[in-house]
Ligand binder design. Sequence first.
Ligand code: CTP
Length: 402
Amino acid sequence: MHGRHVVLGVTGGIAAYKSADLVRRLIERGAEVQVVMTTAAREFVGAATFQALSGREVRQDLWDPAAEAAMGHIELARWADLVLIAPASADFLARLASGQADDLLTTLCLATEAPIVAAPAMNRLMWANEATQANVATLVHRGVQLWGPGEGEQACGETGPGRMLEPLELASRVAALFGATDLLAGRRVLVTAGPTRERIDPVRFISNRSSGKMGFAVARAARLAGAEVTLVAGPVALPTPPGVRRVDVESAAEMLDAVLREVAGVDIFISTAAVADYRPARAAEQKIKKHSDRLDIAMERTVDILGTVAQRPGRPFVVGFAAETEAVEQHARTKLVKKNLDMIAANEVGDRKVFEQDDNALVVLWHGGRQELPCGSKQVLAQALIGLIAGRFADARAAAAR
Ligand code: CTP
């Protein structure tokens, strides 16, 4: 995270005391942190601690002429590589959702082009309240990432969802968002990518427009997150990401064989490949000659690689992809359930959308949750996706251990 600029917004909540530790964790990892406090935050913690830990004067007021002269709020919004609001109170989420700009932090959020992440912290009933949930839905729809809240005992003595994620966890996720991390250190990840080619005869095949870029970006991001990564790739013209072991295949059948060979001991399987659903039932041994006006090719179904892995006993954490032309989320959720997946990343595809492009946008779904990853480069999206996968994987592990 060296040289990365984080604006840390601290809003009014008891968890604000934990944000001091968060500043330390971010700085330990090389980030530069500018703390911005709301008026309510000052009821819970003083600015002096943040100032000492961040080495920067804490910004508190939109109308502070001295601070504005040093770095105006628009400049600060531009300076940020990330705006992280932790803790994010119910009130702040409401103000952000309604687009207010009546203090420094809300103004920064409106004026920045950097990703915005909120780590909510509040009483469980306040979190569950319909108004809060509607605000959260609006924010997520606009591309604000919500990290947490976690579950557990709350400052008010109640138990349930509403705790701010721990500073260490938040710092790891920030690092994941920026690239290099240890989020998946010691984990083995298997990724499939690219199209497959299904042979018609020795010189012809059926394939699709997948470039493999998303899958290669996912493999790279998993490697940057510290995982040992194997990438099973269909025929694509892409360089192997550094530190990734690559196995080249051509057809769906070869991809299945490679995946079944490699899957033992894998913690996370991410299936980004655009595997052919059908292949010619019989590939001709010799080049087909144009004897007649019409040529029919009988096709048969290929094996669903993702579905096969998801059905295995002791299977890894399984992430699928769904490329849809309509009702994206609905189709993706059906696939999540039908294929017994832990997570699915869906995108809308069309004539000129996604395939062969460098940019993409995803909606990621899991049982009981969703997160939109707004349009960005496939590299940046892949890093955000790996952050999400690592979070859900850790949650699944913790739940299994309980
Ligand atoms: N997949 C796979 N093996 C196949 C086909 C698909 O592993 N033979 C995986 C893809 O890598 C992707 C997911 O399954 O992760 C896509 O699901 P799928 O239901 O095949 O999507 P579509 O082909 O779009 O299906 P449908 O025609 O039902 O929409």
